[in-house]
Write a protein that binds this ligand. Structure first.
Ligand code: ATP
Length: 297
């Protein structure tokens, strides 16, 4: 099934729209993201991916429709959501230690002296152990690599035991090994703790083994589809505005790559509106497609 219209989805959009600066960014969002899923939000620069997460957190009001998260109107269940904002990993000036930073996930960002309880400290160490940075607890963020700082950020988001974890570009600017480490942490959170995960991502490849679906922002409309329906060369080509191929290796691993046969510099997307309508139609018919993804699942 492409769209789960039941109310027990973890995140439920009903004809939702958002505007920024008086301009509609996306509209007619009507889908439900299932609990227990790992979902990517994909779309070109400025399509409104970060805006979508902020709307889910109730930080940006809807211009139309409704948005329910964990059974409540957006913004009302934030104490059960862990959020890792964009560019956290580049916050290299911070003098906070990793442990102090993770504790902020429990004590908040209020200034002043906060007595930290033994239980809170234990919780922070549990979260750091989960993301593999327990031995870095006393190091300052400024002394850690971008990959380790990203794992501090995830530990901070985890420390309050969220049901839903949202991460905005968690793999940006990380080297391959660090990307892999972050993906491994996300896989364990989903598989061992049953956490629902949502990730804004430009490059799907590292996440493919753990993704169960994607929200794709196409022509000002958000859609949700299971992963086997998203991994379609024509759809991705339209989505990214450049020709894209989906390659499946004999082992079943999938890769999304720029098409090899296209000369550089002329990779404009030229799909007409009627073709776009076809993608939507096509994907409504594709529910029987086989998911050939390999990897961690
Ligand atoms: N504070 C703001 N006021 C007005 N417009 C804004 C504001 N923030 C973002 N926008 C506009 O909203 C649109 C969506 O922005 P958003 O950051 O959600 O896109 P995105 O898909 O996350 O982009 P990127 O891939 O570049 O991070 C953009 O056109 C942007 O210019």
């Amino acid at each position: 099934m492409i769209t789960n219209h039941s109310q027990d989805g973890c995140i439920v959009f009903r004809d939702a729209a958002v505007a920024r600066g008086g301009r509609i960014i996306w509209q007619h969002g009507d889908f439900a993201i299932p609990a227990g899923s790992v979902t990517a939000i994909v779309g070109t620069n400025g399509a409104g991916k970060t805006t979508m997460m902020k709307a889910e957190l109730g930080l940006i009001p809807l211009a139309a429709g409704s948005l329910t998260v964990l059974g409540k109107p957006a913004g009302e269940a934030n104490d059960r959501i862990g959020y890792v904002p964009q560019s956290y990993a580049s916050d290299i000036d911070s003098n906070l230690t990793a442990e102090q930073s993770v504790l902020l996930g429990l004590t908040g960002t209020r200034f002043g002296i906060h007595p930290v309880t033994r239980a809170q400290k234990a919780k922070a160490h549990e979260a750091m152990a989960f993301t593999g940075i327990a031995d870095k607890a006393k190091m300052r963020l400024s002394e850690l690599s971008g990959g380790l700082r990203q794992r501090v950020a995830i530990a901070q988001a985890l420390v309050s035991d969220p049901k839903l974890l949202m991460l905005d570009e968690p793999l940006a600017n990380l080297d391959l090994a660090s990307q892999r480490a972050v993906v491994h942490v996300l896989a364990r959170l989903n598989q061992e703790l049953g956490m629902t995960i949502q990730v804004v991502a430009h490059d799907l490849n590292m996440l493919l083994p753990i993704l169960t679906g994607a929200v794709y922002l196409l022509d000002g409309h958000p859609h949700y589809a299971a992963m086997n329906q998203v991994l379609d060369s024509d759809l991705l080509t339209h989505l990214y505005g450049t020709r894209v191929q989906v390659i499946t290796t004999p082992q079943g691993d999938m890769f999304v790559t720029p098409s090899a046969d296209e000369p550089e510099g002329v990779e404009q997307d030229t799909h007409a509106p009627n073709e776009v309508a076809q993608f939507h139609h096509h994907h409504a018919d594709a529910s029987g497609a086989t998911n050939t993804m390999g990897g961690a699942r």
